[in-house]
Design a protein around this ligand. Sequence first.
Ligand SMILES: [Zn+2]
Length: 277
Amino acid sequence: MKWQALGIGLAGLAFAGPLSAQDAEPTIEMWRLDCGTIELSDTGPFSDAHLYDGEPRTLTDSCYLIRNGDRYLLWDTGLPAALKGTSMTQGVFTVSIERTIVEQLGDLELSPSDISFVGLSHYHDDHIGQAADFPGATLLMSANDIAAIRDRPIESAAQQLAPWISGGGAIADFSRDHDVFGDGRVTIVATPGHTPGHSALLVRLPETGDVLLSGDLYHFREQIENRGVPQFNTDRADTLASMERFMQIDEALEAIIVIQHDPGDIERLPAFPEAAR
Ligand SMILES: [Zn+2]
């Protein structure tokens, strides 16, 4: 029976003829979304070696939408939508957002149900804030960060990711690298240290080339030069090893690094609603 079924399948393919030019076109593209702003009154906490003490700094909070055929991955979900029209200050951080992810998806005529995967680089509040607006998506987050949320426990992350942590939503199970679409075009790259399961993202675009989205392995360019490790990272040695791996990948592929919180860096990609292809 199996052979018969295969024979019919092959015959069907032969009649279908060669793929049309449109089918053969690469269908992968990536938009960067505005997911908020973070004003730092002091960058000191971003180095455990006093590299940035007393320096004020503006960070951006960027998210990414990647289309591969008819499937969409949302990479990181920024600050909570409730911050729109207001701001919140906690310690050295003042956070705000101008537009929600759902509003920006609307510009592309997409709705939350179009998103197949929500990928999160890690469980910090400035990356998971709007994830719950996509409860039908499969959550892509390292099992090491899922375990930390459940076992440590991390209450704010458990609440913001309730559709998956307690609500039975689909979670892909991986703790190292993960091939998002199964075709090697978009890979979650294990880069632990900022959190136990912190991840970066490699996106292989046909025209732009390979792009490495940093997650929070780095927050701004100087950290590449002087290997600044934030005081609040969970593991310094893991962070340095992850930085080494990330830079090796970058060199081998001659990839474009985009540090997600660096306002200058994100301009390496086109401004929304234009897409990188
Ligand atoms: Zn962050």
